[in-house]
Write a protein that binds this ligand. Structure first.
Ligand code: ADP
Length: 447
């Protein structure tokens, strides 16, 4: 409305000035209309009409351009004012020059009252240093700055803000800067909840590990006593019935003792307290020991256990106990999940990775495979079996297979601690092959 009034006034003013000029020209003009021919007058009139139409058309065009400009300006202000982030323009010393509506809402002050207020009034006392530091860096380096700090609304409410600052070089005005301001309080709250949840989970996991560790220790001693006694009753002097019962007690105690050792290992691994102790030993001997122990476990099963160890395997330096544990776990599983058939343990080395002669960094890549033709593992479970407490085929209708799903988790963690890898190739009804690849230090090497 105001715009229309203005342009009407403007048009009237133009008209007044045009008439003045025409009058002046008429006075100065040497051409007197009385001396013009009719033909010349007609031509001049035509010319004037064309000029008038031309001017009207130009005027219409100008009006349209003006309307478009007004609409664009209104759109720009809508975008600026209602942007999802606050925009604030500030002088170099920190006085607010201009702010959009979002910034005013964020700071809890009417827009009109913001100008000429120092921005530092809206910054929490504890975060003033951070504000001044970034402002100093902004003007010293000229590089945009972005940081998080706590701001205070006019009513005293504190909120977390993310500020992005850039230097604004005005043409006539002095140097200042522009801030883009967003409220990140929800983000900060979510972060705090997440952090607390993580801390709680860590302390719960620590408590669980400690509990497992304590209870496993308490169980271990009596279990050893029970096993000792059951071995005593397995002797010739016992009756066949006593021997049968003693066998059952012994087998179950062994299972429980394995579980106790697994729980202890898991609590040590989870607490990062399992340390490897390297000693020099003969690889072949160690493999054969594990295979012999496995043979004792077959106990009348229709399963054979064969072993093939490449000739010339070197003496190595590694944690012998943990190396045997890896092998024993894999052989134990192969026995547990094979009812009838053959298990083959195969140990080879990669000759190119086992250099001859002395040297501080001498290593040997060894590949250990334990292959069975037992139940096999469904493809979609082959990754999960390495996670703690994950197990399948607990009951396959014919017999119960002991265990709690910790063996492969421990095995994988140990292999990885030794710097190696473990993988499985398996097919249900055909069998499984577990492959461990280790880069072992050769005996006499530097470490
Ligand atoms: P556990 O044997 O105590 O259940 P493991 O962690 O050693 O725990 O093994 C996890 C699961 O992986 C087992 O429950 C079993 O389902 C599967 N598994 C492991 N080894 C074999 C194997 N040789 N053949 C078939 N399934 C296996």
């Amino acid at each position: 409305m105001e715009n229309r009034d203005n342009s009407a006034e403007h048009a009237a003013e133009l008209r007044r000035r045009a008439e003045e000029t025409a009058l002046k020209n008429a006075v100065q003009s040497p051409d007197d209309i009385e001396f013009l021919s009719l033909d010349r007058i007609k031509k001049t009139l035509h010319e004037l009409r064309v000029h008038q139409i031309e001017l009207e058309m130009q005027n219409e065009e100008l009006r349209r351009a003006q309307a478009e400009l007004d609409a664009a300006r209104a759109r720009y202000f809508d975008l600026y004012d209602l942007a999802p982030v606050g925009y604030i323009t500030i002088t170099e010393p920190g006085m607010i020059l201009e702010a959009n509506l979002t910034a005013a809402t964020l700071l809890g002050s009417p827009r009109g009252t913001l100008a000429r207020n120092p921005i530092s009034h809206f910054i929490l006392k504890e975060d003033q240093d951070s504000y001044y530091l970034h402002r100093k860096q902004l003007f010293e380096t000229g590089k945009p700055q972005a940081w998080e700090l706590r701001m205070v609304k006019k009513d005293g409410t504190i909120f977390w803000a993310h500020l992005q600052a850039t230097v604004a070089e005005g043409e006539a005005e002095a140097r200042g800067c522009r801030y883009v301001l967003s409220d990140i309080t929800h983000l900060k709250q979510a972060e705090a909840i997440l952090k607390k949840g993580k801390e709680d989970a860590e302390s719960a996991s620590k408590a669980k590990s400690e509990f497992l560790n304590n209870i496993a220790h308490d169980f271990r001693t009596p279990m050893h006593a029970i096993m000792g006694l059951s071995t005593f009753f397995q002797s010739e002097k016992s009756t066949p019935k006593q021997r049968e019962y003693a066998n059952i007690i012994n087998k179950r105690s062994k299972g429980l003792l394995t579980l106790i050792e697994e729980l202890l290992d898991v609590s040590r691994l989870d607490a990062g307290k399992l340390e490897l102790r390297s000693i020099e030993f003969d690889l072949k001997e160690s493999v054969l020991e594990a295979v012999n122990a496995g043979t004792d476990e077959l106990m009348g099963k229709e399963v054979t256990l064969a072993c093939s160890v490449e000739e010339g395997l070197p003496r190595i330096k590694a944690d012998k106990v943990r190396f045997s544990q890896v092998l024993t776990n894999l052989i134990g599983n192969a026995i547990k999940y094979t009812d009838k058939g053959e298990i083959v343990v195969n140990v080879t080395r990669q000759p190119e990775s086992c250099p001859e002669g002395p040297g501080p960094e001498r290593k040997c890549r060894v590949r250990v495979s334990v292959k069975d033709n037992g139940l096999g593992i469904p493809r979609d479970k082959q990754e999960q079996i390495f996670e703690a407490y994950t197990r399948f085929q607990e009951f396959d209708g014919t017999r119960e297979r002991g265990g709690v799903g910790l063996g492969l988790y421990i095995t994988k963690t140990l292999v990885e601690q030794m710097g190696g890898t473990i993988s499985v190739v398996s097919e249900v009804g055909v069998g499984s092959e577990f492959i461990v690849v280790l880069d072992l230090d050769l005996a006499g090497a530097g470490k």
